[in-house]
Every structure is written in structure tokens, then in C-alpha cells.
Write a protein that binds this ligand. Structure first.
Ligand SMILES: NC(=O)c1ccc[n+]([C@@H]2O[C@H](COP(=O)([O-])OP(=O)(O)OC[C@H]3O[C@@H](n4cnc5c(N)ncnc54)[C@H](O)[C@@H]3O)[C@@H](O)[C@H]2O)c1
Length: 252
């Protein structure tokens, strides 16, 4: 994007989920078209309908972000069917389970790295390759406050989100000579399926997830509005940044 141009196409992975839906609807206000990628086809389709109701063109694609082949295919499909991707919300992620590290299942750890790390890497790789041809674009990776702190019971999730921040910073440097920017948004707990699932498991295993009960959970739209800012020309000089959206929770 440059000179206040309306970026024609936004892509949101995990767009069928709670935060992804809010991001897709927020980006529909500043884009001509929004592509929603999710492994849950029904959820992606439902969000695409909401995007169309909001006045933007929409495309729902079922894909697994941890597959290189599927990632190459959905990036190609979005550019062919909607146009050049100007905004990429690299948001799909899974939570794994709550368990102390010495009991944490190996296969869950592997899955978290596969989806949250490899998936984010593949999205960056394929979208940046397209953006490099044009020299412009804005990418926002959804990390978590688990990218900058430890959390009891969440070894796989915390390791994966630290990696997302490392990828964000490295990608930002790799594109620093262009007008492509790569930033991360770091939500604290947000009212969502994911946090209900984690809090339920934590209660069952008597592991304390929250630091400050005094700070309310955020709403998906609180995350989406920061993503929209980072995607906009207002953030033209913001690159490689980690934007915490947690109501101050990490300070407690
Ligand atoms: N909910 C929170 O409190 C919270 C806090 C911090 C960060 N986050 C992060 O925000 C992002 C969105 O989470 P959410 O709360 O909306 O959760 P969610 O489970 O509602 O949404 C995640 C979406 O990603 C999709 N997805 C999962 N694996 C996929 C894969 N391999 N390929 C394609 N799609 C896949 C799911 O189908 C789902 O629709 C995640 O990266 C999550 O780690 C969430």
C-alpha cells in the first residue's frame, strides 16, 4: 500500500475462528475483498457471507496452513480470483492441551509446531514472495502474550508463540528495504472458544492460567482494531513490532 491507496485484497487465515472472524470483518471496512482461509470449511463460508454483507467481495477457501502445497495453492487462488494480496493476517493457530511439561504429550507439542510455527512460516514465505514482486504489503502475525512470557501448563503453545515472534522479527528484517512490513499482534486472553477450552482444562488440572483476575478478557474486535491499524498506512514506519493487546495483563 502507498499514498493512502485502499488495499484491494486482504487474506485472513484461521478466518473462521473467533479472532479471525473479527479481523475479516474489520478488514472488510478497508479492503475491496477479503479471502478467508480455514481448515473448517463451514466456518470459513459463514464468515465469507458476513464479509459480503459488510460490502466487500469474499472468498472462502478450505486449507491446512501447515501444508506447503495447500498454502501455495490458496495464495495462488486468492491472487487469481480476487487480485494482489495487500494485507495478510497470518492468524490460524491451535492451543494444544494444558499439562505440566513433564507430562506434556510429544504429539501435541509436534502439532503445535506444525500449525503455529510451520503454518506461519509457510504463509509468510508464499505471501512475501508475491508482495516482493510489487514491493508493498502489510503482514500481521497473530502471536500471543505467550510469545513474551512463560505460562504454566502450556509448553507447546508458549514455545510456538515465541517462535512466531522470532519469525516476525526475522521476516521484518528480510523485507526492510521494501515497503512490505511484518508485525505481530500479541493478544492476552480473549473471549473465545480457544480461551474457554484452555480455562476449562486448567480448572480440571488445577493449573493457574491467569495472572490477574482483575483484568477482563479482551474481545475479538479489540485485537482486530490493532490489526487494522498495523495494516494501514498509519503504521507505515512500524515494522517487526510486537503489539501487546491485553489490557495490561502481562504487567500484573
Ligand atoms: N483466544 C485467545 O484468547 C487468544 C489469545 C492470544 C492469541 N490467540 C491466537 O489467535 C489466533 C486465533 O485464535 P482464536 O481465539 O480465534 O481461536 P479459534 O480456535 O476460534 O480460531 C482458530 C481458527 O484457526 C483454524 N485453524 C486451526 N488450525 C488450522 C490449520 N492447520 N489450517 C487452517 N486453519 C486452521 C481453526 O479451524 C479456527 O477456525 C490463534 O493464532 C491463537 O493462538 C488467541
Amino acid at each position: 500500500m502507498s499514498g493512502g491507496d485502499r488495499p484491494p485484497v486482504a487474506l485472513v487465515t484461521g478466518g473462521g475462528g473467533d479472532i479471525g472472524r473479527a479481523i475479516a470483518l474489520r478488514l472488510a471496512q478497508m479492503s475491496d475483498a477479503v479471502a478467508i482461509v480455514d481448515r473448517d470449511e463451514t466456518a470459513a463460508g459463514a464468515v465469507a457471507q458476513l464479509v459480503e454483507k459488510a460490502g466487500a467481495r469474499a472468498l472462502a477457501i478450505r486449507a491446512d496452513v501447515s501444508s506447503a502445497r495447500e498454502t501455495a495453492a490458496f495464495v495462488e487462488a486468492v491472487e487469481t480470483r480476487l487480485g494482489p494480496i495487500g494485507i495478510f493476517a497470518n492468524n490460524a493457530g491451535i492451543e494444544g492441551v494444558v499439562a505440566p511439561l513433564h507430562e506434556y504429550p510429544d504429539e501435541t507439542f509436534d502439532q503445535l509446531l506444525q500449525v503455529n510455527v510451520k503454518g506461519v512460516f509457510l504463509g509468510l514465505k508464499h505471501v512475501i514472495a508475491r508482495m516482493m514482486q510489487r514491493g508493498t504489503g502489510a503482514i500481521i502475525n497473530t502471536a500471543s502474550t505467550s510469545a513474551i512470557r512463560g505460562r504454566a501448563g502450556l509448553a507447546g503453545y508458549v514455545a510456538s508463540k515465541h517462535a512466531v515472534l522470532g519469525l516476525t522479527r526475522t521476516a521484518a528484517l528480510d523485507v526492510a528495504r521494501t515497503r512490505i512490513r511484518v508485525n505481530a499482534v500479541l493478544p492476552g486472553p480473549v473471549e473465545s472458544r480457544m480461551i474457554r477450552e484452555l480455562e476449562g482444562q486448567a480448572r480440571d488440572s488445577a493449573i493457574a492460567l491467569r495472572r490477574s483476575a482483575a483484568i477482563a478478557h479482551g474481545r475479538p474486535q479489540d485485537v482486530a482494531s490493532v490489526v487494522a491499524f498495523l495494516a494501514s498506512d498509519e503504521a507505515a514506519h512500524v515494522n517487526g513490532a510486537a503489539w501487546v493487546v491485553d489490557g495490561g495483563m502481562t504487567l500484573a
